[in-house]
Design a protein around this ligand. Structure first.
Ligand code: NAP
Length: 304
């Protein structure tokens, strides 16, 4: 199970919160909330993960697990959620056992899933009709960012809802920023993924070219990483790409889901994304090569 590395937590009042979805990301995010002094009720579809989470975190401040999202949400000031996609999100939030059915008036539902802007706006409307609040809040920073409590969180919603969740979400983040009305967080995450797609293909071509040319690419990356070619991907994945290692977090399957969201949104808003569409197909090649769970830097495998 994911480890959670304690950090220095922001001072502030302790809240009763819920966390739905204890996956690679959610498990350590919920862990940071407990370590920061909040009383956390967790829900996970597969109980083994919530049992393991409680064994690790429940002792100190009354944190516990619940059998349904609705039960977890009862009495919480803020309900955090991090599941897979739009359909999963609907399952944990809507319906008789969904979180919205259990939340107290005025409480805030915060969704960290990478999902569509349209599902964010639907949930915002559904929450509002019930006297609740909703913030779409997808994250960047990967598994390591979640474990170290250093995620970047991109938010869409009303300022009052944002003001309520921001200080609490800082338990697992280095920056939590409101970028506009409902859906703006998901749209900003799409911008992030467009940047990454093109960049990783460029880095793949550069490293494959350098290796073909017989250069010591670890040395070359050290040098060009101090100049204009520097990037997070080069710093964190360059040498692992040279070593042909692809076990470093964000999986190709997830990236294809995200690029699907991006390309759907571009159809709606008319943006032209020729390179992103091409890289999406390159990731489909990697899936066919058996790389569904390889990390996103495995694009270079197509070039070897
Ligand atoms: P993950 O490890 O696969 O975890 C997914 C979680 O969602 C699990 O707790 C799973 O429960 C739960 N879930 C899925 N479908 C569900 C359903 N229908 N009903 C109830 N629970 C359901 O995924 P992850 O890596 O944590 O990613 C979660 C989200 O964060 C995704 O949207 C992903 O794109 C995004 N994200 C991930 C990363 C990363 O590096 N991993 C980085 C940024 C953003 P079970 O345990 O029962 O399967």
């Amino acid at each position: 199970m994911s480890s959670t590395n304690p950090k220095s937590y922001p001072a502030g009042p302790s809240h009763r919160v819920a966390f739905l979805g204890l996956g690679v990301m959610g498990y350590p995010m919920a862990g940071h909330l407990a370590l920061a002094g909040h009383q956390v009720t967790v829900y996970n579809r597969t109980p083994a993960k919530s049992i393991a989470w409680c064994a690790e975190f429940a002792g100190s401040n009354g944190s516990q697990r619940a059998a349904t999202p609705r039960q977890a949400a009862q009495g919480a000031d803020i309900v955090f959620c991090c599941v897979g996609n739009d359909a999963d999100l609907a399952q944990v939030t809507l319906g008789a056992d969904g979180a919205l059915a259990g939340m107290k008036p005025g409480a805030v539902l915060v969704d960290h899933t990478t999902a569509s802007a349209s599902v964010a706006r639907e949930l915002y409307g559904a929450a509002k009709n019930l006297g609740l609040q909703f913030v779409d809040a997808p994250v960047s920073g990967g598994q390591a960012g979640a474990q170290n409590g250093a995620l970047t969180v991109m938010c869409g919603g009303d300022p009052a809802a944002f003001d309520a969740m921001q200080p609490v979400a800082m338990a697992f983040s280095k920056a939590v920023t409101l970028l506009g009305a409902s859906g703006a967080g998901q749209l900003a995450k799409m911008v992030n993924q467009i940047c990454i797609a093109g960049l990783v293909q460029g880095l793949s071509e550069a490293i494959a070219f350098g290796q073909q040319a017989g250069l010591d690419m670890n040395q070359v990356l050290e040098v060009i990483g101090k100049g204009a070619a520097q990037s997070w991907q080069l710093d964190n994945r360059g040498k692992t790409m040279v070593a042909d290692k692809f076990d470093f977090g964000f999986a190709v399957d997830w990236m294809r889901k995200d690029l699907g969201l991006v390309l759907d949104e571009a159809k709606r808003n008319g943006a032209r994304l020729p390179v992103t569409a091409l890289v999406d197909q390159f990731y489909a090649d990697v899936q066919h090569m058996g790389g569904k769970r390889w990390d996103t830097s495995s694009l270079i495998r197509r070039l070897r």
